[in-house]
Design a protein around this ligand. Structure first.
Ligand SMILES: [Fe+2]
Ligand SMILES: [Fe+2]
Length: 474
């Protein structure tokens, strides 16, 4: 099997790196096979107006053109090294960064990279049927852009495994193409990446909340003392910004449309007009926000302390925001239920609370987006508001797992939870209603009735641009 290396955009000297070439010769055909099997269902022969990363130049890193997805040029990019960069936190503060894997942290680093890598193909698998119900060509194109870039993020992580981890790195890279989202025997590593993404409200919540967890994980790894990981994740963040944009503006467009419809109906009942009621949207937010919180890991974590101490994973904007980069003093205070069901204060030593600090940065970012959506309601003269549920609500990981809390953060008994569950999370009826709205709109410039058009098109193109050209037999 021969690969045309000049077709793989990269700045890692691929055409001269024999070892990397040999690893890719094995892996790339399996990746393409995986993409055909598990990538977007039914649209592989269509031409999609996509951007492709071709350099790390902040001005011109992407080119836009029509591409058939299996021919997408997945590339390998690291931002250029900073000369004399030093480890910026933890016990190794001030030492030169590692350009090879430090032997004593090899296992930890491999684990960090594999867990991040696993989320990338998982999300493609979760979203693979959504193309059949896209609310517009603009949205269909954005879905596929997110999908191909998650594919590239997989490449980015696989590059690190191939380049720095030898034989076990190659085995891990193969396994990334073998696990499957929600597979009963061989699922993806993190639970939120085994959840079904059934409709476009799920998709916008996923790109808003789940991809945003990704942003914070990548940002924490962009601080890493393992320089190739820091440089790889920094470049991934430039692509991630678009995924977050898709989610945040997607929900905003639903809110905008719902507000318009509420004003058209004397009882503000949007279901008669084919809109998505705010209370259903709130339940989707509750579900996906709480699932994203779980991705940060436990509030009190010895792994997080180890990663920080070693200099492998920092805090969000470690160098700009924080002053004490050792974090050996101070506690994080949290209210946790005790055995008798009373809330009790616990103090977590700061290094063990690193997951929680990252989660706090994420929550603040989500609050900002909620403010934006609520301003749309306010301007439309609607008094209802959307909100983020309590971080205690619906958790499966961490100190609140195993308890029942309301979205307001009150501890509930199991029977109270069971009787009120459908107030908090989408019920089967809610889901069936949303599903009933999911009819595709493929005519350029038209949008499904449950969502407002975006403010502008992609790359300066008009809203009625043909973002996807279909090549199917009719
Ligand atoms: Fe990603
Ligand atoms: Fe993403």
């Amino acid at each position: 099997m021969s690969i045309q290396y000049d077709k793989i955009p990269n700045n890692v000297n691929l055409h001269e790196d024999r070892q990397l070439q040999r690893a890719l010769e094995q892996w790339q055909p399996n990746f393409l096979k995986w993409w055909r099997e598990m990538g977007p269902d039914g649209f592989q022969e269509d031409e999609v107006y996509l951007r492709t990363a071709v350099s790390v130049d902040p001005e011109g890193w992407a080119v836009y053109d029509y591409v058939k997805m299996p021919e997408y040029r997945w590339g390998i990019f690291l931002v250029p090294p900073k000369p004399n960069r030093q480890i910026a936190f933890g016990d190794n503060l001030g030492r030169p960064v590692w350009t090879e894997v430090p032997g004593e942290f090899r296992k930890e680093l491999r684990r960090i990279i594999v867990v991040q890598a696993d989320t990338e193909p998982a999300s493609v698998e979760q979203q693979r049927r959504l193309g059949h119900t896209a609310p517009s060509l603009y949205d269909l194109r954005n879905l596929f852009q997110v999908n191909v870039e998650e594919g590239r993020h997989l490449w980015a992580m696989v590059y690190l495994l191939h380049k720095y981890f030898g034989r076990d790195g190659r085995e891990e890279a193969e396994d990334l193409l073998v696990r499957r989202s929600a597979h009963p025997d061989n699922p993806r590593i993190l639970n939120s990446f085994n959840k079904p993404v059934r409709d476009w409200v799920d998709f916008f919540c996923f790109t808003m909340f789940t991809d945003r967890d990704g942003k914070y994980q990548l940002a924490a790894l962009a601080e890493s003392g393992f320089d190739p990981l820091a440089r790889t994740t920094q470049f991934m963040l430039t692509e991630e910004a678009h995924h977050l944009f898709v989610g945040e503006t997607g929900i905003e467009r639903i809110v905008r449309r719902t507000a318009e419809l509420m004003r058209q109906d004397p009882n503000e009942d949007v279901t008669r007009l084919g809109g998505i009621p705010l209370d259903i949207l709130q339940k989707y937010i509750n579900e996906w926000f709480s699932a994203a919180l779980d991705l940060f890991g436990s509030e009190d974590s010895s792994n997080a302390a180890l990663y920080f101490a070693a200099g492998l994973k920092g805090r969000f904007r470690e160098e700009e925001v924080w002053e004490d980069h050792r974090a050996l003093e101070g506690n994080y205070v949290l209210e946790v239920p005790d055995a008798s069901g009373q809330m009790r204060r616990v103090e977590i030593p700061l290094r063990r609370a690193m997951n929680q600090l990252l989660r706090d940065a994420f929550i603040a970012d989500c609050e900002r987006a909620l403010g934006r959506w609520n301003r749309v309601l306010e301007r439309a003269g609607i008094t209802e508001r959307l909100f983020l549920p309590s971080p205690r609500f619906n958790r499966e990981v961490g100190v609140y797992a195993g308890y029942r809390f309301s979205p307001q953060g009150q501890l509930l008994s199991e029977s109270e939870w069971q009787s009120r569950r459908d107030e908090f999370l989408p019920s089967e009826r809610d889901r069936a209603y949303v599903q009933s709205l999911m009819t595709p709109v493929y005519e350029p410039g038209r949008f499904a009735p449950w969502i407002a058009p975006p403010a502008r098109g992609i790359n300066g193109k008009p809203l009625d641009f043909e973002y996807v050209r279909f090549h199917r037999q009719s």
